[in-house]
Ligand binder design. Structure first.
Ligand code: HEM
Length: 403
């Protein structure tokens, strides 16, 4: 990004555990030799959208069929559910192709990823929620898109829908017929296609966007978000000294590779290894991080909503935990109020808590029960949304945020 020096980019990347060997000040030069397609070509993912889905959803919107599709989607939740009979014929034809795992999906690896998710669940919910969730507010395009799309006006509901995705992905049967993730991915892909059609019609969004082409959520944008989720979490778990076998790490990456495919990302952009993913994130994510008025507002809303839950910690602690996982640079961008006492507690207590939990140290640290309550309460936030009667289904938007 323009106002960050190469040195700052590298420092920020290191803090986020996202440093790669690429020169982040240069334009896109990630070779698809490092992708699962394994073809040695350099293609710009910011000029690739979703040709299979976008015209279909644009047509459904123009035909006024999305409200009926949303109603029909209520009964379509499990991977093994039949496609609703009330779906328009062209949507059914499309989903017969799209609603399947790619030919290269490896069931054994997906099962291993599910076991890994179970073992890591406490850390995953914490890192996805307070790490990736808040990081999304300093990814300028994503922050602006989320803010100016329909869901931006009701962040509580939007956060709950996003939790649905994380919960469904991390569930033990995520990719099985009883699981939800494949269907949730289809709903998300359709939602993104609707946003591509709708947002360019928003005057407010057009006024703030720096997209030359005015079509949001390209393959490049989705890759960036993947790095703020999977690549970031993988890096942090490693930084925290959590033991992960090589097979577990490969399985966790494979789960994300399948997830990216289901969101419409082309195989020649999907990294084949964690090394390739880190290198790609050095081009695609770290240099683009920056504050925006929309992102600052969204972060405040998201942290305000989180602080309403009884986590047993103060808002100052929450702010400092976000700073701890995302860096003070990002904390300053988001104007997160300082609490140096809480920071001291986190700096000393968190590594000790992790070491004790992971059996790497026999000494139970002083703040153990506070950290434990905090981590469990955050996990419950996810689990409640996944299992409670207040479950918030993903629906395809039909309009933008008024404004
Ligand atoms: C909607 C996940 C990438 C912008 C959604 C939803 C999910 C989701 C689960 C449906 C819930 C909702 O409506 O809020 C993901 C995942 C991504 C990704 C897993 C990548 C791995 C992106 C990117 C952008 C984006 C890169 C923009 C640059 C949006 C917007 C909505 C949305 C604007 C619609 C919100 C509305 O209804 O108004 N996404 N997303 N997403 N996403 Fe994404």
């Amino acid at each position: 990004m323009k106002n960050l020096s190469r040195r700052s980019v590298l420092t920020l990347g290191a803090a986020l555990g996202l440093v790669g060997v690429a020169d982040p000040s240069k334009a896109w030069a990630w070779s698809s030799a490092g992708s699962i397609a394994g073809v040695d070509a350099v293609t710009d993912p910011w000029s690739v959208w979703d040709d299979a889905t976008d015209p279909l959803v644009a047509s459904l919107l123009e035909r006024g069929q999305i409200p009926a599709v949303n109603t029909a989607m209520e009964s379509w939740v499990r991977n093994g559910d039949p496609l609703p009979g009330a779906f328009p014929a062209d949507l059914t034809t499309y989903l017969r192709q799209a609603n399947v795992l790619p030919s290269w999906a490896d069931r054994a690896k997906l099962n291993q990823a599910a076991q890994f998710n179970k073992r890591m669940s406490m850390y995953l919910f914490l890192l996805y929620g307070l790490g990736s969730g808040i990081m999304s507010t300093v990814i300028p395009r994503e922050a602006r898109n989320v803010y100016w799309s329909e869901g931006g006006a009701d962040m509580k509901s939007r956060a709950a829908k996003t939790f649905t995705y994380g919960y469904d992905l991390s569930a033990i049967d995520a990719f099985q017929p009883t699981g939800h993730f494949v269907v949730t991915s289809q709903k998300t892909r359709l939602t993104h296609a609707a946003v591509r059609h709708l947002l360019p019609q928003s005057r407010a969004w057009r006024g703030v966007t720096d997209d030359q082409d005015f079509i949001p959520i390209s393959n490049g944008d989705i890759l960036i978000t993947f790095h703020s989720l999977g690549t970031f979490v993988h890096g942090k778990l490693g930084d925290w000294g959590i033991r992960m076998s090589a097979a577990e790490q490969a399985a966790y990456l494979h789960m994300w590779q399948v997830a990216l495919h289901l969101l419409g990302v082309r195989d020649d952009f999907i990294p084949a290894t964690w090394a390739a993913a880190k290198q790609q994130s050095a081009y695609a994510l770290t240099p683009l991080l920056a504050p925006t008025p929309e992102g600052i507002d969204l972060a405040e809303i998201l942290l305000g909503l989180t602080a309403q839950i009884d986590l047993g910690v103060t808002r100052g602690f929450l702010n400092e935990f976000v700073r701890y996982v995302l860096s003070d640079q990002i904390g300053d961008w988001l104007k997160l109020r300082r609490d140096y006492v809480a920071r001291g507690l986190i700096e000393v207590g968190w590594p000790a808590y992790v070491a004790f939990r992971e059996g790497l140290s026999p000494i139970m640290p002083n703040g153990f029960s506070m950290f434990d309550r905090f981590v469990r309460a955050l996990a419950m936030l996810f689990l409640n949304n996944g299992t409670s009667a207040t479950y918030t289904p993903i629906t395809i938007p039909t309009a933008n945020r008024p404004g």
